[in-house]
Design a protein around this ligand. Structure first.
Ligand code: GYE
Length: 312
């Protein structure tokens, strides 16, 4: 289904390009949208995109990358599930002279030369924006926060935690009392939130939930309702991604704020790759996508309608 029908003017040579994409899996609505948008962006440019789904496992990603190297693809895109452990396989790609572009997550590496560029948002900033929103919203009142972290060892989980802590650092009235991973999934978000609610006086002691993505927030909202409390009112809900379902929750008053993350990481990556292949122009090491805060004041019903269909 990913093969190309149309070759646009200006992209006449792009049909010769084959890109292997080692995708993490489909843990979240955002991730599923990123996969569909990548296919659309490849088709637009006449690029042959091969996607390998790693089912959240780094070992599967490493196998897929080795497979792409063996096939001699023109470039490899990787959404790295965790931040560490990539140097060996990236060195293999480098020795085969295959450029690598990181999508949406970053890595810790001994050498930045092992990849061409990374297309990601500033995930520390996202956490900070969420934290600052909370500081403003509670306006000096005491507030116990529970935190649902993303996948352990992933760059967005590490950075969104750090950024949020920076965002609330000036507010001594706000304290994170519980913090656990929900692995970026709805089901784990719900399960872990149930534990938080039990441990915090049935939820009555919780003032706010900060979730590292919307999917975990959506799962947690369900848990809050089942505990007999009102999400968005009894417990404030702030998260990251801006998937349609969180706008639905916001329009119903059950979520309060989200920080937008574009699912179109592949588009800028293809453009950078093309400039590199055609003219030898090396892109900047980081191609940063925008982050925007949305609250209930931003017509969530309308945004929900607009977002549906954009790969979601
Ligand atoms: O926020 C989350 C996903 O890597 C930044 O991964 C991305 C995150 C995104 O599963 O929903």
């Amino acid at each position: 289904a990913t093969t190309v029908a149309i070759a646009f003017a200006g992209y006449a040579n792009a049909a010769d390009l084959t890109v292997g994409f080692s995708q993490i899996g489909s843990e979240s609505g955002w991730r599923a949208a990123e996969t569909s948008v990548s296919k659309i962006e490849a088709e637009k440019r006449g690029i042959n995109l091969k996607i390998a789904d790693a089912q959240q496992k780094q070992e599967n990603q490493i196998k897929a990358i080795r497979g792409f190297v063996a096939q001699g693809v023109d470039a490899i895109f990787i959404a790295p599930v965790v931040a560490t452990g990539w140097d060996t396989v990236l060195t293999e790609a480098k020795e085969a002279k295959i450029p690598v572009i990181l999508l949406d997550r970053t890595i810790e590496t001994a050498s930045d030369d092992l990849y061409l560029t990374a297309v990601t948002s500033d995930t520390v900033h996202e956490g900070k924006v969420a934290g600052e929103w909370l500081v403003k919203t509670v306006a000096g009142k005491d507030c116990k926060v529970v935190e649902l972290q993303g996948t352990v060892g992933s760059s967005p989980a590490i950075n969104r935690k750090k950024g949020f802590e920076e965002g609330i650092a000036s507010a001594s009235n706000i304290k994170i009392t519980r913090s656990q991973t929900g692995d970026f999934t709805r089901s784990k978000g719900k399960e872990v939130m149930e534990g938080f609610l039990k441990a915090e006086n049935g939820g009555k002691d919780i003032c706010a939930l900060y979730a590292h993505n919307d999917d975990m927030a959506v799962g947690a909202i369900q848990a809050i309702k089942e505990a007999g409390l009102k999400p968005g009112k009894d417990i404030l809900v702030v998260s990251v991604d801006a998937v349609p379902d969180i706008f639905k929750a916001m329009s119903e008053g059950e979520a309060n704020a989200t920080v937008e993350l574009t699912p179109n990481m592949a588009g800028p990556a293809f453009d950078a790759l093309k400039a590199f292949k055609d003219d030898g122009k090396a892109p900047p090491k980081w191609i940063q996508t925008e982050s925007k805060l949305y609250t209930q004041a931003d017509d969530p019903k309308k945004v929900y309608e607009e977002k549906k269909g954009l790969g979601y």
